[in-house]
Design a protein around this ligand. Structure first.
Ligand SMILES: O=C(O)CCC(=O)C(=O)O
Ligand SMILES: [Fe+2]
Length: 350
C-alpha cells in the first residue's frame, strides 16, 4: 500500500459500525475508501463501466445533443460545458458527462435516454438502487457517529422523495492524438485545443450533496486538497469505492465533517495523455425541501472537546468559503441550484 492510500482511511463496509474510524476520516480528510461493499458488486460495477464506455464512444453526437444537460441537471455535458472552478480554470473542464436522475421504483427512467443507454435501463436502475442502499448504510453509520437516532439522515433521503440525486457517468478523453502526439482538438470545433498548462479535467470543487460514491477504473488523476494546501494524489483502485461527504454535511455539522475540495488533473506523461479516463459517480442529495441547517450541537461529538477542530472547521467550512451568512438557511434544492448556476456558465437547456 503506498503512502497516499494510507492517508485515505479504508473501512470494510461489513464493519461500518467502526464509528471512531469513520468519524476521524470525515473530520480530517472528508474522504474514506471502502472495500468489500458487497453491493454494488464488482461485476455490477464492471458492467456499468462497459455501458458507460459504449455510450461515450459509440453514441452519435446528434443523439447526445438531443439529451443535452437541462436545468434539472439531467443529460449530456459536452467538453468545456461545465466549469467546476470558474476562477482557476475558466475555459471549462476537459470531460464529458451523462447525468441520470433516479429511476422510478419500477425501474423507469424519468428523462429521455439515448439509444446506447436506454437498452440497459434495467441494469442501470439496479445499479442506482444498490448505490442508494450503500449510501443508506453509510448514513446510519454517520448518525451513530454523531450520537443521533439511527434514521436521522436516512429519513431525509428516502428514495421516493423528490431529490437532486444523480448517477453520473464521466469520460475524460485522451489529451493527445496518440499517432501524432499533438494536442487533441476534442470533439468540438468551437473549442480551443487542450492546453497542458492552463486546462484541467475537472476543476477544484467540493460536492454539493450529502454523500458521493466514486468508482474509478485503472486511470488515476483525482487529487484531494489537504489541510496544508498540498494536493494528495488519490490512487485509482478498481476494487475500492471512494466515499466523500459533500456540502450538505458541512452545513449540517458546521464544518465538522469536511466537504473537501478535489479535482481531476490532466495526465502528465505521454502514455497517460493518450489514455481516456472513465469514472462513475453517485451523488446522493437530501430531499429537495430538507433545510441545510445546523443539527443539534450535542450530537457533534468532538465539537465541544476540541476547540481547535471547531475553529479549523469553521474557517474552511462551506459557509466561510462561499461567504454565506450564519443565519441564512438554504434548502437542499436551493443550494444545488445555486452551485449548478455558477458552474454552467455556457448555459443549459430548459
Ligand atoms: O472523476 C472523478 O474522479 C471525480 C469527479 C468529481 O469529483 C465530480 O464529478 O464531482
Ligand atoms: Fe467531485
Amino acid at each position: 500500500m503506498d503512502s497516499n492510500s494510507t492517508q485515505i482511511k479504508c473501512i470494510d463496509v461489513s464493519v461500518v459500525s467502526d464509528s471512531a474510524a469513520i468519524s476521524e476520516a470525515l473530520q480530517t480528510l472528508g474522504f474514506l475508501s471502502i472495500k468489500a461493499a458487497g453491493t454494488p458488486s464488482p461485476s455490477q460495477i464492471d458492467r456499468m463501466f462497459s455501458i458507460s464506455e459504449h455510450f461515450f464512444i459509440n453514441e452519435g453526437t446528434l443523439e447526445k445533443e438531443k439529451v443535452s444537460i437541462n436545468r434539472r441537471n439531467a443529460g449530456w455535458v459536452k467538453v468545456r460545458q461545465e466549469t467546476l472552478d470558474v476562477a482557476g480554470h475558466p475555459k471549462g473542464d476537459i470531460k464529458e458527462a451523462f447525468n441520470m436522475h433516479k429511476f422510478t421504483s419500477a425501474g423507469e427512467p424519468l428523462q429521455p435516454l439515448p439509444p446506447t443507454l436506454s437498452q440497459h435501463t434495467s441494469e442501470i436502475s439496479t445499479f442506482m438502487q444498490a448505490c442508494h442502499s450503500l449510501c443508506m448504510k453509510l448514513l446510519e453509520a454517520f448518525a451513530q457517529t454523531l450520537e443521533l437516532p439511527r434514521d436521522f439522515f436516512t429519513s431525509k433521503h428516502a428514495y421516493e422523495r423528490p431529490q437532486g440525486t444523480v448517477l453520473r457517468l464521466l469520460y475524460y478523453p485522451p489529451t493527445i492524438v496518440p499517432s501524432t502526439n499533438e494536442a487533441s482538438n476534442i470533439n468540438n470545433e468551437d473549442n480551443p485545443p487542450v492546453d497542458q498548462e492552463g486546462d484541467i479535467r475537472a476543476g477544484a470543487h467540493s460536492d454539493y450533496g450529502s454523500i458521493t460514491l466514486l468508482f474509478q477504473k485503472d486511470v488515476g488523476g483525482l487529487q484531494i486538497l489537504l489541510p496544508n494546501g498540498e494536493w494528495l494524489d488519490a490512487p485509482a483502485e478498481n476494487d475500492a469505492i471512494l466515499v466523500n461527504v459533500g456540502d450538505s454535511f458541512d452545513f449540517w455539522t458546521g464544518g465538522l465533517f469536511k466537504s473537501t475540495q478535489h479535482r481531476v488533473a490532466l495526465p502528465r506523461t505521454a502514455a497517460e495523455k493518450a489514455q481516456a479516463r472513465y469514472s462513475i459517480v453517485y451523488f446522493l442529495h437530501a430531499a429537495d425541501d430538507v433545510p441545510l441547517s445546523r443539527i443539534p450541537r450535542k450530537g457533534l461529538k468532538g465539537s465541544e472537546t476540541s476547540e481547535i477542530t471547531t475553529q479549523a472547521a469553521d474557517n474552511q467550512s462551506v459557509r466561510a468559503r462561499f461567504g454565506i451568512d450564519p443565519d441564512e438557511v438554504l434548502t437542499s434544492k436551493e443550494w444545488l441550484e445555486r452551485r449548478l448556476a455558477a458552474t454552467y456558465t455556457k448555459g443549459r437547456k430548459d
